[in-house]
Design a protein around this ligand. Sequence first.
Ligand code: MN
Length: 133
Amino acid sequence: AQHTLLYVEDNPANLKLVEQLIARRPEMRLLTATDGISGIRLARERLPKVILMDINLPGISGIDAMRILREDAATAHIPVLAISANAMPTDIKRGMDAGFFRYLTKPIKVAEFTDALNLALAHADRHTNIAEH
Ligand code: MN
């Protein structure tokens, strides 16, 4: 079974890095969107297992996109990882209060990203099992 990660990001260098990291994992498929509205649309259409959401996006912010995903029963259960260059404790608290599964700071650290992704995938599996029983 393939696991889909949706990455919503407007920065080409970060998109390229995550593409390279996901390419090493044959069980994973990557979908990308470069703004929040397209990201929400793709999330609704494809129901990815995990979402990685940039906070600073053109148009609506990653936090607003996260709120919209949480309010939609179809996407409310999907673990969403935040990724942001804003690393102040108040930024991180605002992100966690919005309901993100983890808050990662840029630049992307490979080990931190991999750990957070694996935890989110395991969380999504547990949720699926509960829903099926
Ligand atoms: Mn950005």
